[in-house]
Design a protein around this ligand. Structure first.
Ligand code: URA
Length: 209
């Protein structure tokens, strides 16, 4: 079973507390989402593999560490996931970025892919799927399945706020995926919003309300 890690870092908790406030406008909301993604990325990359390499400093030869293992990719789920990309790339600038977009078919209620563009070598990369809100888990589970169907094998999921219902659904569907969460909230309401949550993350990032 993949791990579920709720980030307890004080800076993350403090910043999540700020963006929950309804009076915070799009500019600040967007900036802070990006900062949180940056701190979360730092925590979620703690276990990346290192290897020894011999180098020469201006003084002498020595051995230093460098990142080894798989290269990285970030895949935001459109549209709110876009808000986390810049923060992720601040920490891992060499990562490639894919995009995945889904909508829910009004008749079948099944998620349907409307956009997917991934790095060509995505199957060889460690892929961080990002979406600020893990609510019912429907789109996250479907997005990860689509990535697996396209040959992606190593997937981690990162969200800023999660509902227990979404975490359960994700773990049941994709037990191999590690899940990184900024704050685990109480529940979903009847409209599928996370409580207490922060409202609609996409609308707040892009000012579309
Ligand atoms: N998506 C959001 O943006 N907010 C929620 O509370 C749930 C899903």
């Amino acid at each position: 079973m993949g791990k579920v890690l709720v980030m307890e870092h004080p800076l993350i908790q403090h910043k999540v507390g700020i963006i929950r406030r309804k009076e915070v406008g799009s500019k600040d909301f967007r900036e802070i989402i990006s900062e949180i993604a940056m701190y979360m990325c730092y925590e979620a990359t703690r276990d990346l593999k290192l290897q020894d390499v011999e180098i020469e400093t201006p003084i002498c030869k020595t051995t230093v560490k460098e990142l080894a293992g798989k290269k990285l990719a970030v895949v935001p789920i459109l549209r709110a996931g876009l808000g986390m990309v810049e923060g992720m790339l601040t920490m891992i600038p060499a990562a490639k970025v894919g995009h995945i977009g889904l909508y829910r078919d009004p008749d079948t209620l099944e998620p349907v892919e409307y956009y997917c563009k991934l790095p060509a070598d995505c199957g060889e990369r460690e892929v961080f799927v990002v979406d600020p809100m893990l609510a019912t888990g429907g789109s996250c589970v479907a997005a990860i399945q689509m990535l697996k169907d396209k040959g992606v094998k190593n997937i981690r999921f990162m969200c800023i706020i999660a509902a227990p219902e979404g975490v359960k659904k994700l773990q049941e569907a994709h037990p191999d995926v590690d899940v990184y969460i900024g704050a685990l909230d109480e529940k979903l309401n009847d409209h599928g919003y996370i409580v207490p949550g922060l409202g609609d993350a996409g609308d707040r990032i892009f000012g579309t309300k």
